[in-house]
Design a protein around this ligand. Sequence first.
Ligand SMILES: Nc1ncnc2c1ncn2[C@@H]1O[C@H](COP(=O)(O)OP(=O)(O)OP(=O)(O)O)[C@@H](O)[C@H]1O
Length: 261
Amino acid sequence: MPWPAEEVVLSLEKITVEFDGFRAVNGMDLSLRKNEVHFLIGPNGAGKTTMLDVMCGKARPASGRILFRDRIDLSKKKEHQIAQLGIGRKFQAPSIFSELTVEENLALSLQKKKGVFSVLFARRKEEDARAIERMLSTIGLGEVSGRRAGGLSHGQKQWLEIGMLLIQEPAVVLLDEPVAGMTDAETEKTGELLRRISVDRCVLVVEHDMEFVRQFAGKVTIMHEGKLLMEGTMDEVQADARVAEVYLGKRRDADVVGAPA
Ligand SMILES: Nc1ncnc2c1ncn2[C@@H]1O[C@H](COP(=O)(O)OP(=O)(O)OP(=O)(O)O)[C@@H](O)[C@H]1O
């Protein structure tokens, strides 16, 4: 393997988040490593989205440590500083510009990064064009690059959003239910895209679609009531009695989690 699989890029230790005294996250640990698609799952209200909020600076932990690259403590940093350090989050709400073409949307995202780092990383026009070309190919939208983003299918819009995030070259990519509302074919393509982009990068996905998790997970972390319930491969998770118990009666797809692969 070209990179050490065990390299931890982002590490959250004993994170607690409170909302008016209510502990949405309660002493949670989570480590993100390069080269694996890592899924964060758990019943509704388990604290998954709050964990993503903590990682990108949208929510402040009451206690705990967030270490990026082993030395930078993110818990005191502001949202934009965390984004600049290379932690990219795709929210469920769309952020593409419908009236602009696919290519123009990517160019705008690239410009945003350049705006921040323009002095250090001034790029030439041809380099920008190459970066956009590469990204179009990565997200499979080369053939529709000149099309208005508003006219894309739901799946294509999601891939464009992922491309807009990736073109800023984040070290960590955080995604919240990326395949919600997608067709089976789009879901499959998205899984393959996540695998490709996890090379030399951390990809963390909050997901409810257990079939998708089963198919594409490298690692699965399960949260329950703000805490870590267990972590492992999908096979290990499916074989765990506590996991079945947490899901049983709480989600319709509990049988999917508990079922053998
Ligand atoms: N801003 C907030 N103010 C008060 N309570 C909140 C806030 N955000 C989240 N919570 C509560 O914290 C708990 C965890 O919420 P969170 O959204 O992180 O769960 P989740 O695992 O992502 O759930 P879901 O799968 O339903 O999205 C829930 O009980 C939720 O109601």
